[in-house]
Design a protein around this ligand. Sequence first.
Ligand code: CTP
Length: 219
Amino acid sequence: MSPLFNKIIIASGPTLEPIDPVRFISNRSSGKTGFHLAMEAKARGIGPIVFITGPTFFLPPGVELILVETAQEMRAAIDGHFRQADVVIMAAAVSDYRSRKYYPDKLKKNGEKIILELVKTPDILLDLGRRKRKNQLLVGFAAETEDIFANAQKKLLAKNLDLLVLNEISEGNPGFGSDENQVYLLRRDAIKKIDKMKKSRVAAFIWDEILDLAGHGGR
Ligand code: CTP
């Protein structure tokens, strides 16, 4: 049997942007979604997987593991594999901003306030979308609180994605850190609501959709 894919890239976890030797900017991403996507792929015999992740406890076994910290490092690691990849899943919560300056000496609490200049990190997914070839599938994530479908649709097109996993962030669905999630799966031609369920089961629905987009049918 010929393998379904040459290579799958899953980017997971938060990124961590250093300020000084002991401080950084990051976010509450646990890395669970990326982990479950890798585990589900393995359970279905889908691979090989290159798993590129920021700091997390959730490291899947049996994958090529690349540990990174910053958005810049994550981008470089993905770039190293992008050409051979047929599927790229950007489940990582990439920090949107980093400190413009890295302070090699620990910042002292001298004054009452401190002003830190933040600059944008590279938008990895946007860049991949621009370089994507016809036979590559790009999956992105979005967390929205208002006008969720309009914003998500915009993101799907702007980043040239094949599939967007939309999290509606609300009190009942925190997404980040939780074991469960309620999402919508948006593609160019359809939108599907996935009821609130364990992230491991959400991962199965995401893979059903990817396989369908790749022309390999459902489970
Ligand atoms: N992403 C990325 N590089 C960044 C920021 C985000 O690759 N510097 C990816 C994420 O991995 C995710 C998607 O882009 O797949 C999220 O897009 P983004 O525009 O950051 O959406 P939101 O997180 O919903 O944030 P925003 O409030 O900016 O809409």
